[in-house]
Design a protein around this ligand. Structure first.
Ligand code: SAM
Length: 244
């Protein structure tokens, strides 16, 4: 338990430092506190087992790396954000792409393809495309197709889009390797496949590197938002939302 509280204070201090670093006259922010998290997107996350949603609001269960109930709590709490953003337009969404299919690990109970199935059920009129470096995770299912990609390799990303053979995506999500260079390489080689007005999301951005992303997107003149979920359990709990 002591480790949990140390972690808590550590992230509180980093959040505060980050707040001062990000604050300037060009940036604005607000914070939302909410009571209810039960929504369609979250129900689907629980059904398929992706950590984009959550089924325990109170910090009563902890899943340590060695199976002990001490180290950190899972999962992320993105479902409220995704539901608020996409529920009103969910029937209009036609094309969704996500990098990072997910496999079962000891630490987290990922089901391969869980988030792709969430997108598929949430957007009833959409075709869902996924990609991963792990060829064992590739699969095809109703309205879902998956492809190989190594997002650290420009050629591989270019090949991926050739194979996908679709343009004008409504939504692109990067939930793959989670390093700054891999995120930026995928972004630079994928943004042209997003339609005007489409949304590009980078998940699980580490709190320590948020300022680096801010600098990049600001310099390139993209319209972006940095979203901090204040989960207190993870350091990599930012989303970056870029609107084309
Ligand atoms: C966090 S999991 C994805 C979870 C899934 N999106 C979900 O929400 O259920 C990250 C995935 O990224 C994949 N990955 C790791 N390195 C990668 C790379 N260089 N290129 C593409 N995918 C990679 C892993 O194989 C893993 O399946």
């Amino acid at each position: 338990m002591i480790r949990f509280y140390l972690r808590f204070f550590y992230y509180e201090i980093i959040s505060l430092l980050l707040f001062f670093k990000l604050r300037n006259k060009n940036y604005h922010s607000y914070q939302i506190s909410f009571s209810h998290y039960d929504n369609l997107f979250n129900k689907l996350c629980i059904k398929y087992g992706t950590d984009k949603g959550f089924d325990k609001f109170q910090l009563t269960e902890f899943y340590g790396a060695r199976g002990e109930k001490s180290e950190f709590c899972y999962p992320h709490i993105y479902s409220k954000f995704y539901n608020d953003l996409f529920f009103p337009v969910r029937k209009n969404i036609k094309l969704v792409f996500e990098c990072g299919i997910g496999s079962k690990t000891r630490k987290k109970k990922f089901v391969p393809g869980a988030s792709l199935k969430v997108w598929r059920d949430f957007f009833p009129n959409a075709k869902i495309f996924g990609a991963d470096i792990n060829k064992k995770l590739l699969f095809t299912s109703k309205n879902i197709k998956t492809f190989y990609v190594d997002q650290t390799d420009k050629k591989s990303i270019q090949n991926l889009w050739k194979n996908v053979d679709r343009k004008q995506f409504d939504i692109i999500v990067d939930d793959g390797l989670h390093t700054h260079s891999a995120n930026i390489l995928l972004f630079e080689n994928s943004i042209k496949f997003l339609r005007q007005g489409g949304i590009y999301i980078i998940e699980d951005v580490n709190i320590q590197s948020v300022a680096k992303y801010k600098k990049y997107f600001y310099k390139k003149n993209f319209k972006f938002e940095l979203i901090n979920f204040n989960n207190l359990n993870y350091s990599n709990h930012f989303l970056i939302k870029i609107t084309k």
